[in-house]
Every structure is written in structure tokens, then in C-alpha cells.
Ligand binder design. Sequence first.
Ligand SMILES: [Fe+2]
Length: 257
Amino acid sequence: MRILFVGDVFGSPGRRAVESRLPSLRDELRVDFCIVNGENAADGRGITAKIAERLLASGADVVTLGNWVWGQQGFAPYLNGAERVLRPANLSPRTPGRGLVVHDGVAVINLLGELTLHPFESPFLAAERLVEEALRETSVLVVDFHAEATSEKVAMAYFLEGRATAVIGTHTHVQTNDARVLAGGTAAVTDAGMTGPHDSVIGSLPDGPLRRFTTGLPVRLEVASGDVRIEGALVECGADGRATACELVRVHVEPPD
Ligand SMILES: [Fe+2]
């Protein structure tokens, strides 16, 4: 089985890249199952119900989110009925949505890292519980670990070695050159990268972040547009859920005429 994970979709350039290119990319890479992190899909902060539906219609089997889950007003109730759109599992259980789904024989878990992102529950304790629940239904399990620190993401890969098919890091928008399969059959990459404009400071026009960093003022950031890519990781696994290969994906997407 071949599983494509698409890294954080950022703003309208990222959305357009998914809509225009993901269907053909799925064919080219002979993808059986596709997971898309959409947590920055709406203007770089959060997602809307309409955008989530469009990502699903473009070839995502499951959409995952992250720290910006509540970034768009009015989105939260949608999560109650949206089976294939996950929020991080380790948020308060008193919020809408879920962080685990089993769809077409693949379990997907979305978790939020502790360092700088402050989830409600430890991602490691949440993983312990949910992985057991997922593996009762299927052997193929992909974890999107949305976290800031490389240490935390690498640690999660080892924590789930031999239990998860893949532990894919998201959130930093900078693809890391460490795609690998651990001895226990778990594919891992510290960050899958960003699907969006790379002539930017992790998605935004540089001017805003530079003003923030030099003045400390809360500057509104604007979505950039240049050098749009789809970035992610492609994982191969057997029916037993053991990964056999993991490689990075980086596809340049031509701007619309
Ligand atoms: Fe994030």
C-alpha cells in the first residue's frame, strides 16, 4: 500500500496547488491513500468547512489539523459531523471533533506537540491510548504529529516504533531531510514540509515577520505567492502495517495563467 502525506497547505496558493495537482500526483505516484494537513489552508490560519470539503474532493482521504484548529470563526461545529476531518486528539474532550479515524482500512491519528503549542493532554499519553484503539481495527496506522520541536517529533517516532506504520511531523513548514524507516517498521520524517508559497517566511510575505521580529509589534501577516510547491512524504507498507519505504515528495506547481 502507498500512502501520500501532504504537508501543511498554506493559504490560497496551497489550496490551488492541491486542487490543480493532487489528482494527477495521486495517479503518478500510484497512491492508495492520501492524508492532507489543512491547518493553514484558510489565509494561513485555520480552515473553513468549505475548504475542508474541497480538500477532500481534490483527493484527500483524511484532512488533519493542528494548533490553528479554532482559527476560523464558525468552523468548530463542522467537526462534529465531519468524520474524515481530524483535530488534534489531545485537545480538551469538551471540544468538538475527534483525533482518530479509521477509513478504508487506514487509521489516522492527529496529535499536537507540547513544546510551544500547549495541548490539553500529553501527546505521548494520548498516543498510548489511541494507538491501542486504532490497532484493534487495522494494522495500518499513520500519525500526524503537529509539533514545533524536532526532539519531540523524533521521540514520538521511537515511542511508536513497531506500532505505527508512519509518524509524520508537521507544523514547521520546513521539510527535513530525514525520511527513513526505523528497524521496527515505522516510517518517520521530522517535518513533511509545506504545500504553499516557498518564496516566503514559512508561507507569509517576509515584510510582516520582519516587522514583527524587529519591532515586537503584532503585525498582521499576508500570504505570499511565489515558488509554490506540494511537499510531503510517500510511505509504502505491507498489509501487516510495517513500512518498507519512506521518501520525501517535493513537486513544483506552475502558477495559473
Ligand atoms: Fe501549525
